[in-house]
Every structure is written in structure tokens, then in C-alpha cells.
Design a protein. Structure first.
Length: 147
């Protein structure tokens, strides 16, 4: 089963139904729910989502949304090595460095984000949810991905 790391912007697209990105986030999480792909995040993503969802909705709705998310994704640990790599990296956004090194350090081939420009020196595959869904549609029989 393919493993993907999902950045918070794509999860927010799903929870906040942000257009025009919602459709692809929903399709992506549908595949995760069906067990066709395995999704991973970091603890930082969970914290960021809580902060943003609490402001968009309220604390109780933020917690409920994150509890649902937890049923679908695995949370990867962030350790000293990842922090040190991110600190020494050329990432302009420290958080992006943490996400990148978390994914890379766990052998994850794909990091899905809407901010591809932040990962110009990555040596794993960086793409949007839309690009990932399109690749799946073009490489898998339609019946196997349910689209």
C-alpha cells in the first residue's frame, strides 16, 4: 500500500470545504478511508489544525474533527534528528523542513501540499492532492480506485 504524507493545508481544504481544493482533498481521504493508501502526518500538523479549526469553528468542533482525522491517519514522531535537520536546512519555513524530514525519514515517497514552491530542493516527490489524484486515475483501473 502506498504511503503519503499530507500537509495541513490539504486537511484544512477538507475540513473547511475550501474551494476549489475541497474535491481533491475529499477524494484523497476517501481513498485513505477505503484503505487504498496510507496517510501520515506529524504532531505539528495536528497542533496547527487544532489552532486553525478552533478559530474557524470552535474548540469542540475542532476536537471532533481531529478525532475523526485520527481514525484515518498515523502520526509520525518528530525527534531531535528531524529538528536538527530542519534547523540546518535551507527551508525558509521551519515547519516545512520538519514535515519534509519527517516524511523522508520514514521512507515516505510522496508529500502532498499546496505549497510546492516551499519544497524546491526536495528529493522526495512533492505534489498537490489534485496531481496525486490525477496520477492515480491515470495509472489505476477506474474500478480499483472507485472514481
Amino acid at each position: 500500500m502506498e504511503k503519503i504524507f499530507i500537509d495541513s493545508d490539504i486537511i484544512l481544504d477538507l475540513f473547511a470545504k475550501r474551494e476549489p481544493f475541497y474535491q481533491y482533498a475529499a477524494e484523497l481521504f476517501s481513498l485513505v478511508e477505503k484503505g487504498m493508501i496510507k496517510a501520515y502526518v506529524s504532531p505539528i500538523i495536528i497542533a496547527n489544525l487544532h489552532y486553525v479549526l478552533r478559530k474557524l469553528k470552535n474548540k469542540d468542533l475542532a476536537i471532533k474533527a481531529l478525532q475523526k482525522l485520527r481514525l484515518l491517519v498515523k502520526i509520525l514522531p518528530v525527534d531531535e534528528k528531524i529538528i536538527d535537520l530542519a534547523l540546518a536546512s535551507e527551508f525558509t519555513d521551519f515547519e516545512d523542513g520538519i514535515e519534509y524530514y519527517t516524511a523522508k525519514g520514514n521512507g515516505i515517497k510522496y508529500l502532498l501540499t499546496r505549497n510546492k514552491k516551499d519544497y524546491t530542493k526536495a528529493d522526495i516527490i512533492i505534489m498537490t492532492a489534485e496531481e496525486y489524484i490525477e496520477i492515480l486515475k491515470n495509472t489505476s483501473p477506474k474500478s480499483s480506485i472507485g472514481m
